[in-house]
Structure formats: C-alpha cells, structure tokens
Design a protein around this ligand. Structure first.
Ligand SMILES: *Cc1c(COP(=O)(O)O)cnc(C)c1O
Length: 398
C-alpha cells in the first residue's frame, strides 16, 4: 500500500469528527459536491414523514401554533446563529438566497446615509448576487461599482452606500478577509452585506465578533438542509430598529393577525420575513441541523484545512505533471473548504470521475471543483479522489 494511503488511514483513525459520517446517508462513492448540495442526514426522512402524516395530515391548521410552524423561521434562525457566530434573535430563515440578497441590499442602502449613491459588488460574484444587485441599484437610484474584494478598501469613499461581498468565492474557493473588509466598510460609513453560501458550516464566520451589518446564506450546501431548503438573513441587532425591508410581507408585521391595512414592522430579525414560510423544506432543514449538536466550528475548520491540504498533496503526488493546476489559494487564511483545479478538458474529466465514483462538479469552461464537507468526508476519500483523478488524467495506476 502506498504511503499516502497509509497516512489517510491514520488520519481517519485520529479524526474526532469521523463518527459523524454515520449520521448521513452515503454510499461508496466519494461525495465531494457538498458545496452544491449537502448529503442527507439519516434521520430526516422519518421527521419529514411525521410532519406530513401527523402535523399536516392530522392536526392540519392547528399545526401553525401547536406544531410551532408559525415561529419556525426565527426558531431555526436561532439554530443557525451559533454556526455563523451570531447571538440569538438576529437570524431569520426563509426565501431563497437570491431573495435575501435583494432584501439585504436594498435595506443596506436605506440604512446608509442618504447622499450616497454607489454600491460596491464583488466583481467575481456568483451570478445571482450580481443580477439582483443590479436590479436593486436601478430601483434605488444607485450605481453598481464592480470591485475585486481585495480592492474594496481603495474603492470605498464618501459615495459608497453599501458593499456586497462573498465570504468564499464559489469558483476558486478563495476565502476573503471578512473581519478586515467589514472594518474598512464600516470605517467608510457604508454598510457591509456578506454572502455566506460557501462559508457557513465550513469555517468560522464570526458575524457578531467582526461587526458584520447584514448577511445572507443558503442552507443546502454545507448546512445539509436539502434541495432548495430556505436561506437565511442576518440583521445585526444594532440595525434592527432601522431595518426597512423592501418586501414587507404580512408575516413580518408586528401583529399579522390584526390584518390591518397599514404596515408596522415586528421587532427584531422577524422583520426580515416576507410571506407564509415553506414549512416542509423548513422543517427538513431544522431536523438536519441536529447533526451540529455538540460540533464546534473550529474543529470543523481544522479538519477542512487538513483535508484540502491532504487532497492537494495527493494530487501533486499522483497527477501527471502539468495536467491540473490549483486555483485555490495555498495559504490557509485565504482558503475556503473546496479545491478548484484548472484543467483544459475539465468537462470530460469530470464526467469520467463521476462515472468512476468520485463526485465533484464543473465550473465551465475549465474548473474542476471538489468540495470538502468535514462532517462526512474523510482522508481516505481525499486520497481516493486524487488517485482516481490521476487515473482519469492518464497517469499510470498509483
Ligand atoms: C449557492 C449560491 C447562491 C444560490 O442562490 P439561490 O437563490 O439559492 O439559488 C447565491 N449566491 C452564492 C454566492 C451562492 O454560492
């Protein structure tokens, strides 16, 4: 057996998070696409079945109160809060990330001083964030300024109202400096909005600690909430009283069942709600969050870095010279929880990898993405993925 295979075994044996894998439904493929769709925790189907048969089937309308459906958005928000470093009462779950980007960004411009007319947006952002930002800017009379995150401090000025940034770049896996950039944005008198889709559940975010203003993120990637599970919105406590949502639906009203013609917003993060929550998805997400009980995000981060380091080492050892190059930063402080490899024939290579039981994904035209979810991916998985990749790329069998 090769050195690296032996090391993988030893690392898995020493890994305190390794037993968590048993909580998930997995097969003998190596699943490295948890950064697109997290795996299913084993206990979720029974819980969803119970919601269907008992809560909907038998209790029907009574479940809005008796089964806690009405308060699910803020209750589940409070379960996500510790994972992203937020105290209770600041996170509300609902709608998609796209919709929450809209709410957060428009609200950010309303929190900012009135004479400011620019919104800085991560120039390499995930497309939906950019599209939504462009429309929000048109509606609010702002101008979009695309800026690479590292250049934000230089681009900030007296005209900057809000800044929309990704914590981890979805393509390259680059981790941006959330503490430093947030401090710079706030020092310039602007409002920072962070998209946590590729960081929440994979590494410490520290929203409260770093003074983030507003944040959004999805729950179906590293939080394993299920396909299309609802996103979340973080509104720092200091902004809640002035948070003015552009989508003030009735469920964010201070007294929704008064059914009054005039809008008067609820206190707290509830203000970020819109309409009737999608209960089935939401309760599947709530159940899936059980896997985090007793799990510290620092341990998750330590394992994530060890996994991506080890994968890169295996790729370096096994892959034929020059066929792939990592576009993910080598420095830990700049790396999220994925490895992106540039490869000229990425499309057929990924198709063949999947056919051979190693599931990553492709970002056209030439990026192979491998996401490492520390809760259920192990070191032997990383070694096997690199070994199969090398075979596909045409190296002699390792
Ligand atoms: C995954 C992801 C989204 C997804 O948005 P949806 O509204 O859930 O489709 C948005 N932004 C970023 C940065 C993402 O990584």
């Amino acid at each position: 057996m090769s050195d690296l295979r032996e090391r993988a075994q030893a690392l898995d044996t020493a890994d305190a998070l390794a037993p968590l894998r048993e909580l998930f439904t997995l097969d003998d493929t190596v699943y490295l696409d948890g950064n697109s769709l997290g795996a299913l925790p084993r206990h979720v189907p029974a819980r969803v079945q119970e919601v269907l048969t008992r809560e909907w089937g038998e209790l029907r309308i009574r479940s809005w109160s008796e089964s806690g459906w009405w308060t699910a958005p803020e209750r589940i928000g409070d379960r996500i809060a510790p994972i992203v470093g937020a105290a209770a009462g600041q996170v509300v779950v609902g709608d998609s990330t796209s919709v929450n980007v809209f709410k957060a960004l428009v609200a950010a411009t309303r929190l900012a001083p009135k004479d400011r007319d620019e919104i800085l947006v991560d120039a390499h952002t995930f497309p939906t964030d950019g599209y939504i930002a462009a429309s929000a800017a048109r509606m609010t009379g702002h101008r979009i300024v695309p800026v690479a995150p590292a250049d934000v401090p230089d681009a900030l000025g007296p005209r900057t109202a809000a800044v929309l940034l990704n914590h981890v770049d979805y393509r390259s896996g680059r981790l941006h400096d959330l503490p430093g950039l947030t401090a710079a944005v706030r020092a310039a008198g602007a409002v920072a909005v962070w998209d946590l889709c590729h960081s929440a559940g994979a590494l410490p975010v520290g929203l409260d600690e770093h003074g983030v203003d507003l944040a959004v993120g999805c729950t179906y990637k590293y939080l394993n909430g299920g396909p299309g599970s609802p996103a979340y919105l973080y509104v720092a406590e200091r902004h809640q009283a002035a948070f003015d949502s552009p989508l003030p639906g009735w469920t964010s009203h201070a007294d929704p069942f008064a059914m009054t013609p005039g809008y008067s917003p609820a206190e707290g993060a509830v203000r970020g709600r819109v309409g009737t929550p999608d209960i089935l998805s939401m309760l599947a997400l709530e159940a899936s969050l059980d896997v985090w009980d007793g799990v510290g995000i620092d341990a998750v981060r330590a394992k994530s870095l060890a996994l991506t380091d080890f994968f890169l080492e295996c790729v370096e050892a096994y892959a034929p010279e020059g066929r792939v190059t990592s576009v993910t930063p080598a420095a830990h402080r700049e790396r999220g929880s994925q490895v992106a490899l540039r490869c000229e024939d990425a499309e057929p290579v990924m198709a063949e990898l999947i056919a051979r039981g190693v599931v990553g994904d492709l970002r056209r035209p030439d990026v192979l993405r491998f996401g490492f979810t520390p809760l259920y991916v192990g070191f032997a998985d990383a070694e096997r993925a690199a070994r199969v990749l090398a075979e596909v790329l045409g190296a002699p069998a390792a």
